[in-house]
Design a protein around this ligand. Sequence first.
Ligand SMILES: Cc1ncc(COP(=O)(O)O)c(C=O)c1O
Length: 375
Amino acid sequence: MDELLRWRDEFPTLAHTTHLISHSLGAMPRRARTLLNQFADEWTMRSIRSWEEGWWDMPVTVGDRIGRIIGAGAGEVCMHQNVSICQWIVLSCFDWSGKRNRIISDSLNFPSNEYIHRGLRGAELVMVPADVNAIVEAIDERTQLVSVSHVAFRTSALLDLEPIIHRAHEVGALVVADVYQSAGTVPLNVRALNLDFATGGSVKWLCGGPGNGYLYVRRELWPLLSPSAIGWQAHQRPFEFEGGAIDYANSIYKFLNGTPNVPAMYAGMAGYEIVGEIGVDRIRAKSQRQTAKLVAIAEAAGFPCAGPRDPHQRGGVVVLDVPQGKAVTKELLRRDILVDYRPGAGLRIAPHFYSTDEELELVIGQISEITKTLL
Ligand SMILES: Cc1ncc(COP(=O)(O)O)c(C=O)c1O
């Protein structure tokens, strides 16, 4: 008996679709609608008073819900609109004009991150294969920041962060990990890892919908960093509206900018609470069982696994090599079976805590049927 299936009722979409796309868009929790209504009621009834009754602090109070999932302490995570902004804030903490100006990035990092690295004046980007030894070897005294993806979006390969963080700290460099594809499906403890920065968002495994990104910054670094991508929420006394240079807040608020995205955070909280209630260890155990089963069914049907085969080396996604993958995906979507396709990778399928084993059989059966008609 799979006890996580009792959560299915909390996700109305599962009654209508085969939802195997939580690496891209997690299913919407019923509670999210209730919370969005709460936001509308507050806006209507409490109006301007809502800011001091909770809205202003939501980037941090909501961040705490994510902090519990990724192993951060209270007040150590703040919310933003997306990962791209969080990555910009991290990069804005450094002076890139000196000798220590290198960013080491892995080849499976999300393209957004690479675009930002390449646009950074003064920085030298060193791209290395997404392999722990290659990354460790590339780090030296010229390295200011190591920017890696914990679980690669393209292949679902899981990167061992520990040796990378250890080597970076040895030479005086810092590490930012994009944990978007791991948080909520792979256990993660940013403090135990001694990770410096983590960025992620809530669209995927956290079932939090669009408009939410989060940033963790290791507490010990707060006094040492001076981010320039900031705004008035980062000020120690924002409501004094002082001019001049910023007097930073002595907290994670230091890494905030302007008016927060309140409705998105209301929508997002539902998913974070549910993932927190279930616990990522249980989600991971189910994911490893189901992804292994999916690989076995797919390979028996003639579709090889294009990502890591060992469940310990893999996040929550199975990537399959399917002939005419793009066209097959289009037809699956038409049949209400939600998966996606990435060029250079393959057809991506992701069961989550609410998925049934029957759905795994169904998707592979449908892929077999569709490929026969297309070929
Ligand atoms: C690993 C990873 N990082 C970043 C992103 C995109 O982040 P955002 O749109 O929040 O900037 C994605 C989304 O697909 C992703 O998979």
